[in-house]
Design a protein. Structure first.
Length: 217
């Protein structure tokens, strides 16, 4: 091998590896979403105008928005679950079971209501437009609270009517970093969030499509 070829090869390999990591990260943060969907402004974006991390994911569901909404609005660890990997979430003490049916008692939310991720962790309903959008907000950490997360967080669910009576369901997570070290916690967490969110979107899709077929919608 000619002198200098070794460092050059190492630089090329390193560049390819770095590109692969960036590509995988982008795919994880934007699973299922179009480029336009990742760039457009969605309900809830105004709460955290300068986020450190944004994840936009989406799925097309062969059911009308009113059917899809029924599954979205009843989410919560003490309600309909999150339609994801229950076993993994319960290892963290979530104590949830994802519902396979719509429960009328869980069909109503108002701003200020709590949607629990865990018995000790809840997000507040920041805004709700029934059948169209639900925005959840973790809220800023209170000074001196030892259990407060070192980041602020919003989670939006947006439903849009798609051709042929289908629905486009778009979710967006936005994190702001109040501390310089906050990314050290959020970045690894975003990997797990990607896996769980993909399963959640597929879970909502399968349930809504099954219900739509059963009802003839």
């Amino acid at each position: 091998m000619r002198r200098g070829a070794g460092p050059l090869l190492a630089a090329v390999v390193g560049g390819v590896a770095a590109l692969g990591v960036v590509t995988l990260r982008w795919s994880a943060l934007h699973w299922g979403a179009t480029t336009e969907e990742t760039r457009e402004r969605l309900p809830g974006d105004e709460i955290l105008p300068d986020p450190g991390l944004v994840a936009t994911r989406a799925v097309t569901i062969e059911a009308p928005p009113e059917e899809v909404w029924r599954w979205v609005v009843q989410m919560g660890s003490d309600r309909g679950g999150f339609y994801s990997y229950d076993g993994l979430e319960n290892l963290a003490g979530c104590h949830l079971h994802s519902a396979d049916a719509v429960v009328e008692a869980w069909q109503h939310l108002e701003p200020g209501d709590r949607v629990r991720l865990h018995p000790r962790v809840a997000l507040a309903v920041a805004s709700i437009d029934p059948g169209r959008a639900l925005v959840l907000h973790a809220g800023p950490a209170m000074p001196g609270d030892p259990e407060a997360a070192p980041y602020d967080f919003t989670w939006s669910f947006v439903l849009r009517r798609h051709p042929h009576r289908a629905t486009r369901l778009i979710t967006r997570e936005r994190f702001s970093y109040p501390h310089r070290w906050s990314p050290l916690l959020v970045e690894p967490m975003s990997v797990a969030s990607s896996v769980m969110s993909q399963k959640m979107l597929r879970g909502i899709r399968d349930r809504a499509e099954g219900a739509a077929r059963s009802s003839g919608r």
